[in-house]
Design a protein around this ligand. Structure first.
Ligand code: SAM
Ligand code: SF4
Length: 330
């Protein structure tokens, strides 16, 4: 297979360059966020083992992937998470490893994860109200613990700390201004995400989120900076906010051009390749990893699946047939 240094970029059927892998390490979660988690997930998948994750990362890197985000379910539930981060970070060709977490155990883990080579971290935080958090994410979720996790991430020296907020009508749409200010106080960029139809909740289009921010005292100006993902940024100004304004991210999964610049591919907690979060095409990479298939054969199946990738997700039309987010990993 190709040397990572000379790998040409991996492309999908639409000619988009695919350089970013989102890899779900488990479909287990200590939270029960209503928009993500099915009411009962009785069967849990047998996830990829640490050596399988390392091997698969190498295959993707040789195809042209440069960035890996480890997600879940809740990735911090994996006891071998720090070792997995170390393996992925040391894989030739991989330039950056990031993590998405609910933050509950980050106070203890932020330092070891950073030391193992994680460069960026996203933490989900939808509300600053403990009673709302309990209703939204279940009994295990503690605002105190998540806040301690965010502070620990800030102190650990990650290149970026971002806070993911899924905006839900009648639940947290009156808190978007407070969440933006909270993020800035903690040196983090808050990203507002439109609800995708994986669980329960009332979607709030980004245009409305921006109106709410203005009504809650945050004046927005365009900002051209982009990260690796589908988020675009605006600069927010408010009394007592960062001098020169603070960045805010916006992910319009349902009402904006979310798919246009898609640069990603996903491996779900069951070890299946999902070229699109909102599609239904799956290839079991786990079976190939376990049946003696060579790296080249697995790489060929990945290229083949990308050759079938549609130009847009089908989430608006899928009507309950989507695979649960808790297994796919966002
Ligand atoms: N457990 C980790 C966490 O919550 O950050 C990682 C996995 S979670 C599936 C990844 C991201 O997907 C989180 O930021 C979460 O808010 C987001 N997410 C989950 N369900 C969603 C939905 N229905 N619509 C939009 N975003 C969703
Ligand atoms: Fe768990 Fe994250 Fe889904 Fe919440 S969003 S249920 S923390 S996987």
């Amino acid at each position: 297979m190709t040397d990572p240094a000379t790998a040409t970029s991996l492309r999908d059927a639409q000619g988009r360059s695919i350089s970013y892998l989102r890899l779900s390490l488990t479909d287990r979660c200590n939270f029960r966020c209503s928009y993500c988690s099915p009411l009962s997930l009785e069967h849990h998948e047998d996830p990829l083992t640490r050596p399988e994750v390392a091997r698969l990362t190498g295959i993707f890197a040789r195809l042209g992937v440069r960035r890996v985000r480890l997600t879940g379910g809740e990735p911090t539930l994996r006891r071998d998470l720090v070792e997995i981060v170390r393996d992925v970070a040391s894989c030739p060709g991989i330039e950056e490893v990031a993590l998405t977490t609910n933050g509950q155990t980050l106070a203890e883990l932020a330092g070891p994860l950073r030391a193992a080579g994680a460069g960026r971290i996203n933490i989900s935080l939808d509300t600053l109200d403990p009673a709302r958090l309990l209703a939204l994410s279940g009994r295990a979720a503690s605002l105190e613990r998540i806040t301690a996790g965010i502070a620990a991430a800030g102190a650990a020296g990650f290149a970026s700390v971002k806070l993911n907020v899924v905006v839900l009508g009648g639940v947290n749409d009156d808190e978007v201004g407070a969440l933006a200010r909270f993020g800035w106080r903690h040196g983090a960029i808050v990203r507002f995400i439109e609800l995708m139809p994986f669980g329960r909740g009332e979607p709030v289009p980004l245009a409305e989120v921006k109106r709410r921010l203005a009504a809650q005292g945050i004046r927005l100006e365009p900002d051209g900076s982009r990260g690796w993902g589908p988020a675009y940024h605006m600069r927010g100004f408010c009394e007592g906010g960062p001098p020169g304004g603070g960045l805010l991210g916006f992910i319009g999964a349902m009402t904006e051009n979310f798919c246009d610049g898609c640069n990603r591919i996903r491996v779900a907690a069951d070890g299946s390749l999902r070229a699109c979060l909102g599609g239904r095409d799956q290839v079991s990479l786990k079976s190939l990893l376990r049946d003696g298939s060579a790296d080249e054969a697995i790489g060929a199946r990945i290229v083949e699946a990308l050759g079938r990738k549609a130009d847009r997700h089908e989430m608006g039309a899928a009507g309950g047939q989507l695979l649960p987010m808790v297994g796919t990993g966002g």
